[in-house]
Design a protein around this ligand. Structure first.
Ligand SMILES: Cc1cc2nc3c(=O)[nH]c(=O)nc-3n(C[C@H](O)[C@H](O)[C@H](O)COP(=O)(O)OP(=O)(O)OC[C@H]3O[C@@H](n4cnc5c(N)ncnc54)[C@H](O)[C@@H]3O)c2cc1C
Length: 479
């Protein structure tokens, strides 16, 4: 019988779970997997990214539950790699490590005072807030001081954010959006959302499904620059003709431009944010405003022209500008990964772990003073950059799993003797005062959430504080 190979997977989103699924499914019982997750709760952006009104997308969780029933799988929730345990320490306990910890930062616009102005937030934090991510529950968000929000970006996340801001409350109330978010949205004054894109209609990143959902919201009209849209459609005629999904999307867009209704959203093409307009902080010291240099009252934008081939033009700023009055600016221009540990080789330009089909070059690893009997691997958004849906993350995870399986096949089993028994990682964690949350623990939390949700006519009411999650399990909250 061949020796049992032990793998650590860092991150429990789709990348981690699909890598585990493929490796466990094809390894005939000779691989054991421990999955580490910084939150007590698994599933990454399936729980904390996917919009509450997309329950059909969250069905993938059933597949992850199935993986977790494999006797060679263990879940260690509430353990942050790079903080509670280093990658070098993991390397002493496992034959191989798979990094699948996603992208927990976001890109910024580079505007003056962007991070110190009240009312300027990342879409990432707003999404985390309405989806109940523990890190964003105290988000300083005021939806009562303005009737206009600006979202920078023309991707699906930007549309998710606009949809949540503009949907009637009844439509959201039956989803798994948190009770706190629902209360805040109930009193929201936002009636208009501008979505800014630096390029034109032919370059939008959102898909027809998400666009169609915007049109299904009652009393909501789309406003856009019709002459510009017509001109661009004419200019890109040949380009569009050979791309059916793009043609479908643009036909839909063209048909739906409508007159005023109580709520509006607009696609502002060829528009880039240029400067924040702010009101100075009050002279009387207000502790709530302490970290801010001012409060957002508007956004000055510049108009662009497009240069270059119609399939990939560059946006060139002109000196034509105007100011949109707004108290809320959400940037939705992409997520960003980071190195969580000095032992992780990291490409600081592309913000990924450099890899070839999921394998990290052993020489690069050695340069980071990390050696592993089998190797280090990377999967998901951390591997290819933060874009793509769950299905693309799955294909990508399968590629990484195949690399692992092939490396196992090609390594003589004598090279792969785990240096420590499987119980010793638990001992290490316990010695540090960490009691990891198991998958069975998570299912108990989930049961509690289902019961709470049922009381309110929702699929679940999420627990949003780590202390509450641990308390439900009767684990000490310092853990
Ligand atoms: C707002 C939003 C909406 C989306 N909507 C859809 C949709 O409707 N349909 C669709 O198909 N796709 C959607 N996607 C895309 C989809 O969520 C991603 O393709 C997928 O989640 C990427 O998987 P991942 O495992 O690489 O990263 P993630 O899902 O982010 O998982 C990474 C996990 O690693 C954990 N982690 C981070 N750091 C550490 C650490 N140091 N130690 C231990 N654990 C750590 C994180 O807590 C997280 O659980 C959406 C994405 C976003 C951002």
């Amino acid at each position: 019988m061949s020796a049992l190979r032990r793998l650590a997977i860092v991150g429990s989103g789709p990348a981690g779970f699909y890598t585990a699924a493929r490796v466990l499914g094809r390894s005939a019982g000779n691989v054991a997997i421990d999955m580490f997750e910084s939150l007590p709760i698994p599933h990454g952006l399936v729980r904390y990214g996917v919009a509450p009104d997309h329950p059909e997308v969250k069905i993938v969780i059933n597949r992850f539950d199935e993986v977790a029933t494999n006797p060679h799988f263990r879940f260690f929730g509430n353990v942050t790699i790079g903080q509670d345990v280093s990658v070098a320490e993991l390397a002493q306990h496992y034959d191989g490590i798979v990094l699948a910890y996603g992208a927990s930062q976001d890109k910024t616009l580079g505007l003056d005072q962007e991070t110190t102005t009240k009312g300027v937030l990342s879409a990432r934090s707003f999404v985390g807030w309405y989806n109940g991510h523990p890190d964003y529950q105290d988000l300083d968000l005021d939806l009562t001081n303005t009737d206009t929000a600006v979202v920078v970006g023309h991707g699906n996340v930007a549309l998710d954010v606009a949809r949540v801001l503009l949907s009637p409350i009844d439509r959201l109330a039956t989803t798994d959006i948190t009770a706190q978010a629902l209360d805040t949205l109930r009193t929201s004054r936002i009636r208009h959302v501008h979505l800014l894109g630096r390029r034109g209609p032919l370059q939008v990143q959102f898909t027809t499904k998400e666009l169609r959902e915007m049109f299904s919201i009652a009393n909501l009209a789309l406003r856009t620059d019709l002459p510009l849209l017509t001109r661009e459609l004419e200019r890109g005629k040949a380009h569009i003709a050979s791309r059916r999904p793009l043609k479908r999307l643009l036909d839909l867009l063209y048909k739906q431009v409508r007159s005023e209704l109580p709520k509006t959203w607009s696609l502002d093409f060829l528009t880039s944010p240029q400067a924040l307009v702010t009101a100075p902080p009050p002279t009387l010291s207000d502790p709530a405003l302490e970290p801010y240099t001012g409060t957002l009252t508007g956004l000055t934008v510049c108009h662009n022209t497009l240069e270059g081939p119609v399939e990939s033009p560059r946006a060139i700023a002109t000196d034509q500008t105007h100011t949109i009055e707004t108290g809320l600016l959400l940037r939705s221009i992409g997520y960003r990964s980071e190195a969580v540990d000095p032992s992780v080789p990291f490409d600081t330009r592309h913000h990924i772990v450099p890899n070839s089909q999921g394998r990290v070059d052993p020489a690069l690893l050695a340069a980071h003073h990390c050696t592993l009997p089998l190797g280090m691997y990377v999967s998901g958004w951390l591997k290819r950059g933060p874009s793509g849906v769950i299905v693309s993350t799955m294909s990508d995870a399968f590629e990484t799993a195949e690399a692992i399986l092939s490396d196992i096949d090609q390594s003589p089993s004598s090279d792969l003797v785990p240096s420590t028994p499987s119980s010793s990682i638990l001992e290490l964690l316990r010695a540090r005062g960490k009691v990891p949350v198991t998958y069975a623990d998570w299912k108990r939390i989930e049961k509690y959430e289902f019961a709470q949700g049922q009381l309110q006519g929702k699929p679940r009411e999420k627990l949003t504080r780590v202390e509450d999650m641990l308390q439900t399990l009767q684990l000490p909250s310092s853990h």
